[in-house]
Design a protein around this ligand. Sequence first.
Ligand code: MN3
Length: 244
Amino acid sequence: MIASTNRRSFLAHAGAAGLAAVFAPRAFAQQAAGGPFKLPALPYGFDALEPSIDARTMEIHHGKHHANYVEKLNAAVAGKADLASQTLDELVAGVAGIGDEATRNAVRNHGGGHWNHDLFWRVLSPKDKAGAPTGELLAALNGAFGSLDKFKELFSAAAAGRFGSGWAWLVVANGKLKIATTPNQDNPLMKGIVADADLGTPVLGLDVWEHAYYLLYQNRRPDYIKAWWNIVNWSEVARRLGEA
Ligand code: MN3
């Protein structure tokens, strides 16, 4: 009985010490590398989007790629109160007006990367919760593209045809839906950087960087795009359309 208590006590003590040893340096590192922008938690588990997107890809994509954009964005605005005080939307939309070239490029790449991935996680959901476009969203898609199937066909072609790294988007511009694409981490809000034809407010975005699909699909980007349709969170797309 005594041995058992001591053992439990020892384990509790060792556990607390172990946790402190593991978490203290990490907490310090996050604080040291801190800033106004934070990596958002995924709204589901790493494996929630399988089989369309595998857990390992999600883990690296969120925990390494997205985290790196957040860290480098914070570094880019560190000590610059006029930038650090802006919202992410403001920074991304106004990036062309940043005078210092190195800062402008860093905000373009890493601010864009943070914004784009923040949207990307939210417009996805597990297949059994993905739903389908209805109501105002469906009417808008039908109005702009003729049918949902035609929209998917055109969007898929745009995403497959985006040369190299980049994104395909469904955006709202002048009250109408249209398809856009951008290279690298450029974003349709980036006036003065993105071509006028691709400007708008994104309501859906598809990451076609190889890091988004290569582990599972290798060079088969069209297969990734086809499987991706199964995990689009249509209620989130509809919500964003309502606010655009
Ligand atoms: Mn990505």
